[in-house]
Design a protein around this ligand. Structure first.
Ligand SMILES: C[S@@+](CC[C@H](N)C(=O)[O-])C[C@H]1O[C@@H](n2cnc3c(N)ncnc32)[C@H](O)[C@@H]1O
Length: 304
C-alpha cells in the first residue's frame, strides 16, 4: 500500500514560525510524530492533530544506546504507518533537514519503497543567528560544520571566513544522555587555536524560543571554550580572524576594477560578533552603497 510521508519544520520560536503549509500538513495527516524543544509548540501540534506522538522515547535515557540507533528506531517508527498506506507528518524543530539524520533517512527509505515523501523547510538555528548576530553569509562567506564531524574530517579552516560549529555540547559524544565533555571541548579548542589567536573573541549562541526573551550571546576568548556553560542548544560562532581582501588578479578575470569596489568592514556595537561588508558600484544601477546598510549591500551582491 502506498502511503505518504511529509517532514516539516516548526522553526525556532514557539508556534509563531510554523508555516501555513506545515500547519496544514499537521492538521490533515492520518498520523503525526514530533521531536520538539518547547512545550508550547508541542501543545499546539497536539491540538492540531490528536494522533500526535512524541519521538523522544527513542532516546531511552540512561541506557547508553548510541544516538544513531535511536535515529534508526525513529525512522522505523515514521515508516510503519506509511507502509500501511497512511499519510504521516513528522515535525522537527527548526529546519527538519538541518542536522536531522532521521528526517533525511526516512524520506530516502520511503521513496525507495515507492511511497510519496517530501520535506517542507523551516527556520533553522543558523537563520536565527544571521538575524541575531547581524552576519550575512553572502560576504565573505560562511563555514558551517557539525562539531564532531569538524574534528574528525579535518576540513581546511579559512580564518578569513566566519565559522559556525553546531552540536558543540555533544562534541565527540555518541550517546544521547551524555553531558558536555570538558576534555573533548579542550581538544576542539586545541584544533581551533591552530587557526586563531587564543584571545580571539568567539560567541556561544542560543536563539530564544520566545519573541519577548532575548537570545543568549555569550562572548569570550577562544582559549576559555572548555570552561563555558554549554548545553544541547548551544552553537559556537567564530568570527573571522583575518580580513578577506579581494584578489586583484581575480578582479581582472571578472573584468572589474578593484578601485571601483569599496569594501567596508563594520565591527562595533551589536555587530561585534559578526562581520559584514558593503560593496558600492556607482555605475551599476541597483547596487547599494555601504552607507545604506551592509546587509542590503551583501544581498545585492549575492543576487547579482
Ligand atoms: C540536532 S541539531 C537540530 C538543528 C535544527 N534542526 C535547526 O534547524 O536549527 C541540534 C543543534 O542545533 C543547534 N541549536 C538547536 N537549538 C538552538 C538554539 N535555540 N540556538 C542556537 N542553536 C541551536 C545546536 O548547535 C544544537 O546542538
Amino acid at each position: 500500500m502506498n502511503g505518504k510521508l511529509t517532514v516539516v519544520g516548526t522553526g525556532m520560536t514557539a508556534i509563531s514560525q510554523l508555516t501555513r503549509e506545515a500547519e496544514h500538513c499537521l492538521f490533515t495527516a492520518d498520523k503525526v510524530f514530533y521531536l520538539l524543544t518547547d512545550p508550547h509548540t508541542e501543545g499546539y501540534v497536539k491540538q492540531l492533530n490528536a494522533s500526535a506522538e512524541c519521538l523522544k522515547r527513542h532516546y531511552e535515557h540512561g541506557s547508553g544506546k548510541p544516538r544513531l540507533w535511536a535515529y534508526q528506531d525513529m525512522v522505523e517508527t515514521l515508516l510503519a504507518p506509511v507502509r500501511q498506506g497512511q499519510s504521516v507528518c513528522a515535525a522537527f524543530y527548526g529546519h527538519p533537514g538541518v542536522f536531522v539524520y532521521p528526517s533525511h533517512e526516512a524520506i530516502v527509505q520511503a521513496r525507495r519503497e515507492g511511497h510519496e515523501a517530501k520535506m517542507l523547510p523551516g527556520i533553522s538555528a543558523e537563520d536565527m543567528m544571521v538575524a541575531d548576530l547581524g552576519i550575512d553569509p553572502a560576504l565573505p562567506g560562511l563555514q558551517t560544520y557539525e562539531a564532531t564531524g569538524f574534528v574528525l574530517l579535518k576540513p581546511t579552516i579559512d580564518a578569513r571566513i566566519p565559522l559556525v560549529l553546531w552540536q558543540i555540547g555533544v562534541v565527540g559524544l555518541l550517546t544521547p544522555e551524555a553531558h558536555p565533555s570538558r576534555s573533548n571541548l579542550g581538544a576542539l579548542t586545541e584544533i581551533l587555536l591552530r587557526s586563531y589567536p587564543s584571545n580571539h573573541q568567539v560567541v556561544l549562541y542560543q536563539a530564544s524560543a520566545y519573541e519577548n526573551i532575548a537570545p543568549v550571546l555569550h562572548v569570550f576568548a577562544l582559549r576559555d571554550l572548555a570552561r563555558q556553560d554549554i548545553n544541547a542548544l548551544s552553537t559556537l560562532y567564530v568570527p573571522p580572524g583575518q580580513h578577506a581582501d579581494p584578489d586583484p588578479s581575480r578582479a581582472e578575470l571578472l573584468g572589474v576594477r578593484l578601485a571601483d569596489l569599496s569594501l567596508t568592514h563594520t565591527q562595533g556595537g551589536a555587530r561585534v560578533p559578526g562581520q559584514a561588508y558593503g560593496i558600492t558600484h556607482p555605475e551599476k544601477p541597483g547596487w547599494v552603497t555601504a552607507a545604506q546598510g551592509c546587509g542590503a549591500a551583501s544581498a545585492e551582491f549575492a543576487a547579482g
